[in-house]
Design a protein around this ligand. Structure first.
Ligand SMILES: Cc1ncc(COP(=O)(O)O)c(C=O)c1O
Length: 401
């Protein structure tokens, strides 16, 4: 069986981590995987997570299986975090939430569900998008298509091209949209553009799947969910895949969820039953610990307040690094765009789609031990006060040829 198996290519993001750990040079700078680092270059455990874990350690009485769709308390807390506690779809029982292992697990379950209940739906992905999206939906046996999104010329959204692509969407197709902090571009639609998107998606009969992996990284938890809540007002059906890897720093605990909004509470029950059938054959039921941490924090007023503060600290540090990176490059007369470097400050979330070419990225790695994705995506959250000068020097040298 295994004799003729060939080596699979390394993953674009995790492969970079592996290559970096083999690199013996001191002062390596890892700006690859989307992992937050604090000013000391460490990926911290949030204080509020530690506190929730202390409480869980004291109070936990069993490690028995969770239900197939996971913890009901967690599901409710996630729904209310995303949609707001008073949203009509919650009141009317039209939304159900499946607790899943990470945002990736939630997306994969949704792919499988679409394969089961849809009639050969296509999955539309932004161009570009997170590298794993195409793989996740292909693994579910679904055909993927791409829609126009990013304009390298302006470093902004190509809304015209996006709308033109969406006119080709067929009824029943699924359109994957990044809820905020588009990965990799950092470019998000404006609120008015979201409204137009909602109208187009409704007219085309498409099912939007909102990938919400960076909730809280633009302006705050309510602010970042505003467009999604508005979409939920406009549309009868949609799916939201949440991840708590970044905003709770719970990467390794694998905490995610898929919230499905349907036309009625009866439909919600039927859809949940089908999602459970998919989960049962995948991993049977989800892991408990990370979701228990999230539930403990979200359901306690004081812990929730402290989480929002810690989340704001992460967001503000990234925003400061954006400002410093743009200024540091400008001081060295490096312009990553014809209009300068301000686009770095305008982008949302962890990433800066820098415009560095693949050759420049190779050179940064080879000559300066700076690790960036081949697409030129920089994880700004990996920049610190102590590596920013070396990073700017390295980019300046590479740009100078
Ligand atoms: C856009 C996007 N969606 C989903 C995920 C998956 O998150 P998780 O680590 O929770 O599986 C990521 C993680 O990088 C992401 O960037």
């Amino acid at each position: 069986m295994f004799e003729s198996v060939s080596l699979a290519p390394p993953d674009a993001i995790f492969g970079l981590n592996e290559a970096m750990s083999r690199d013996a040079r001191p002062n390596k700078i890892n700006l690859g995987a989307g992992v937050y680092k604090d000013e000391s270059g460490k990926t911290p455990i949030l204080e509020v997570v530690k506190e929730a874990e202390r409480r869980l350690l004291e109070g936990e009485i069993t490690k028995s299986y969770l239900p197939i769709d996971g913890s009901a308390d967690y599901a409710q807390a996630v729904r209310e975090l995303v949609l707001g506690p008073d949203h009509g779809v919650i009141r009317d029982g039209r939304a159900v939430t499946v607790h899943a292992p990470g945002g990736t697990g939630a997306l994969r379950v949704m792919g499988e569900l679409m394969k089961t209940v849809g009639s050969s739906p296509k999955v539309w992905l932004s161009n570009p998008t997170w590298a794993n999206h195409a793989k996740i939906f292909a693994a579910a046996g679904l055909e993927t298509r791409s829609y126009g999104y990013y304009d390298p010329e302006s470093r902004g959204l190509d809304f015209e091209s996006m709308l033109a692509s969406l006119e080709e969407v067929q009824a029943g197709d699924m359109v994957v949209l990044h809820g905020c902090c588009h990965n990799p571009s950092g470019v998000d639609p404006s609120f008015d553009q979201w409204t137009t998107l909602g109208q187009v998606l409704a007219r085309r009969g498409a099912l939007p799947l909102i990938d919400f992996a960076y909730h809280g990284f633009v302006d705050g938890t309510d602010e970042d969910a505003r467009a999604i809540r508005h979409l939920a007002d406009q549309l009868e059906e949609m799916v939201i895949c949440s991840s708590f890897s970044k905003n709770f720093g719970l990467y390794a605990e694998r905490v995610g969820a898929a919230t499905l909004i349907t036309g009625s509470s009866k439909q919600a029950g039927a859809v949940l039953s089908q999602a459970k059938t998919c989960v049962r054959a995948f991993y049977s039921n989800p892991p408990m610990h990370g979701a228990a941490v999230v539930t403990t924090v979200l359901n306690d007023t004081e812990l929730r307040r402290r989480w929002e503060e810690e989340l704001a600290d992460m967001r503000h540090r990234i925003q400061k690094m954006r400002v410093d990176l743009a200024a540091g490059l400008s001081r060295r007369n490096v312009r990553l765009h014809k209009d300068g470097n301000d686009f770095i400050v305008r982008q949302n979330g962890m990433f800066s789609f820098s415009g560095l070419t693949e050759d420049e990225v190779d050179e940064l790695c080879r000559d300066h031990a700076v690790y960036i994705l081949a697409s030129g995506r920089i994880n700004v959250a990996g920049i610190t006060e102590s590596n920013i000068d070396r990073l700017c020097d390295a980019i300046a040298q590479v740009r100078a040829g």
